[in-house]
Design a binder for this molecule. Structure first.
Ligand SMILES: [Ca+2]
Ligand SMILES: [Ca+2]
Length: 381
């Protein structure tokens, strides 16, 4: 009898264990360890391989990875187990070619102010437009969508859009030229710009054009924004058939598109820059490589990257580390890592302890299969 009781209680326990774990999206995920000991045998660890075009990957103040997929899904990912918890699926996102759900940022005081900022494209009649919105996070879901910037020109190509929140509480947003090259030099258009607002959606009083979110102009399609300790902001930017760029973003500066590519080094560019001040890129790539997300890596966890700009690369399928001069205004060395190891690499996230995660986007442009990955880089060799 005792044996039977024991067997029954084991069965009940097993049933409880299996019935109550697994598929329930509302079940809380155990708080992950923000700093586990790296696996000593593997240089990289695949966390999840069932995503479709993960676009933004970031480390949240809640110690989870947060990810947008271009199809409209926003998830929290346990950085130790890869368990995915979908917090919202946005049905009004229009995903056409390069457009869809793009950049994301979390409020720096997320625990007390659980705001999530995201950018997506949507259809207005037959036209694609882009907007920046904020959501409130509670009970494992996002709600209270509030629009902060709307009616940004969009298209099937060239929509940016990366978000960056700086320590002084500004939210920067990159936008693309929406395939209309004349918009980047037009300060009345929100296309081809870096925009800047306060975290409550208001316009900073020291923006260069009173009452405008425009912070800098003359951009083509910037998809990386990073900040160096001390406050210098860098962007990566897709060039056309030449001159992918790294720029230092300054208030009111003009980066030249479509009149100047990279350096001012042709007669036409010199002529344009003679009347319109243009800030040259500090690094450019010809042929192009398709640069995407950008971080300034401060940790010594991956010592080869300490105090360097680290950038994910789509077309050339690798990670690039850029060493800067002491004053931060020049690139003095370029190194490549993981060439052709993971396919196209869209995005990178770094934890406060220096853990590095990347998001991959398949093997070819336009691949939207559900096989894209988040990979932790434990070490470089
Ligand atoms: Ca990121
Ligand atoms: Ca040039």
């Amino acid at each position: 009898m005792k044996k039977v009781l024991k067997a029954v209680s084991v069965l009940v326990l097993v049933t409880l264990l299996f019935c109550c774990s697994g598929d329930d999206n509302n079940a809380p995920i155990n708080n992950p360890d923000p700093d586990p000991v790296p696996n000593p045998t593997d240089a990289t660890t695949t966390l999840i391989n069932t995503l479709s075009v993960p676009w933004e990957l970031l480390w949240g103040p809640d110690n989870f990875l947060w990810v947008t997929e271009r199809n409209g899904r926003i998830s929290r990912i346990n950085p130790d187990t890869g368990e995915q918890q979908v917090v919202i699926t946005l049905n009004n996102v229009a995903q056409q070619q390069e457009s869809g759900l793009l950049g994301m940022a979390l409020h720096p005081d997320f625990i007390n102010t659980p705001r999530v900022y995201v950018v997506y494209t949507y259809l207005s009649g037959n036209n694609l437009l882009e907007r920046l919105v904020q959501f409130t996070y509670s009970n494992n879901t996002l709600s209270n969508e509030t629009t902060l910037i709307d009616q940004i020109p969009a298209n099937r190509i060239h929509n940016g859009s990366r978000l960056l929140i700086t320590p002084e509480g500004h939210l920067y947003m990159s936008t693309g030229d929406a395939g209309n090259t004349s918009l980047s030099q037009n300060s009345n258009s929100l296309a081809g710009k870096i925009l800047r607002i306060n975290l409550d959606g208001s316009i900073p009083t020291d923006n260069p054009i009173a009452g405008s979110t425009v912070y800098s102009l003359g951009h083509r399609n910037p998809q990386g924004l990073a900040i160096q300790p001390g406050g210098r902001i860098y962007s990566s930017e897709h060039g056309p058939d030449t001159d992918d760029e790294i720029n230092i973003i300054s208030v009111g500066a003009n980066y030249g598109w479509q009149e100047v590519r990279g350096l001012i080094d042709t007669p036409a560019e010199e002529s344009f820059a003679a009347t319109t001040p243009v800030t040259e890129s500090i690094m450019n790539w010809t042929p192009t490589i398709a640069p995407s997300d950008l971080v300034y890596y401060t940790s010594d966890r991956i010592p080869q990257w300490t105090n360097k700009l680290v950038m994910t690369v789509l077309k050339d399928r690798k990670i690039v580390a850029l060493t800067l001069s002491n004053d931060g205004t020049m690139v003095t060395q370029e190194e490549s890592f993981f060439e052709d190891a993971f396919g196209r690499i869209r995005d990178i996230a770094v934890s406060p302890t220096g853990r590095v995660f990347i998001a991959t986007n398949g093997d070819s442009y336009g691949d939207t299969s559900n096989t894209h990955r988040i990979i932790e880089i434990n070490r470089l060799n």
